[in-house]
Design a protein around this ligand. Structure first.
Ligand SMILES: O=C(CO)[C@H](O)[C@H](O)COP(=O)(O)O
Length: 245
């Protein structure tokens, strides 16, 4: 595990007010690159997430592609983008060591517990995050919340279990909404849970995963991020997880 600095503001590149959300995403992607670049070895393989913030990170990564070996992708879309930049993409099973995983999020709380899966890639994201030694979450400050759950919680489900899982979610107090027309990279469907009490994220994460037919859900509470790079109008805040909270 890399030693993480105290909460600090990084870089002066975005200190003017009025930055767009996209510019904040770009700023945190650059901050992630600046964080990992000096820590990479020539044989390093990097875990790479999915979504618009992760895409900016991939584009920055291309600038240092001769300084590391390659990447593991959390989705087919990410693999495609990495390859377009000439970055070798490895199967996770072929990789012995993954120092860093860099990915966005739909929501984060103070404990760096996350909701992910807005882009439907939650299962592969969770697998890569589980393997990586350090999970760096990159997000603009619209994603920072006190209590998770305004963003509907995605659940990846085996298609034939859709109705069963929906009924179980209702029993747990959530409102399941089938994400129409979406098939995950694993050939499954997504159910988004609205109005669920997520004040105890670890408990909910485990309870949902016990439902037969659920592949996994988008709560990253058992494996939160280790470092949050949060884009704000005052700069990128570097917030390491505090394991004692
Ligand atoms: O979990 C994800 C994809 O499954 C993304 O990280 C999440 O949806 C954030 O996306 P974006 O960076 O586009 O705001």
């Amino acid at each position: 595990m890399v030693l993480l600095a105290e909460d600090t503001f990084l870089s002066a590149m975005q200190q003017e007010a009025g930055m767009t959300q996209d510019e904040l995403k770009q700023a945190v992607a650059k901050a992630a690159l600046d964080y990992i670049a000096p820590r990479l070895e020539r044989n390093s393989v990097i875990g790479v997430g999915t979504g618009s913030t992760a895409n900016y990170f991939i584009d920055y990564l291309a600038g240092i592609r001769n300084d590391f070996d390659g990447a593991v992708a959390s989705s087919d879309a990410t693999a495609e983008r990495l390859k377009k930049h000439g970055i070798p993409v490895y199967d996770l099973n072929a990789v012995a060591d993954l120092e860093f995983y860099v990915d966005g999020a739909d929501e984060t709380n103070d404990r760096l517990e996350l909701i992910k899966g807005g882009g439907g890639a939650l299962t592969r994201e969770k697998i890569v995050a589980a393997v990586a030694k350090t999970f760096i979450c990159i997000a603009d400050d619209s994603k920072k919340v006190d209590i998770l759950g305004d963003f509907p919680l995605p659940v990846e489900v085996i298609p034939m279990a859709r109705s069963h899982v929906g009924r179980q979610i209702v029993q747990l107090g959530g409102d399941p909404v089938y994400r129409e027309g979406v098939t995950t990279d694993n050939g499954n469907i997504i159910i988004d849970i609205h109005n669920m009490d997520l004040s105890r994220p670890i408990v909910v994460e485990e309870r949902l995963n016990q439902i037969v037919g659920v592949v996994t859900n988008g709560l990253f509470a058992r494996r939160p991020a280790d470092l949050l790079l949060l884009g704000t109008k005052d700069g990128v805040r570097s917030i390491p997880r505090n394991p004692s909270t």
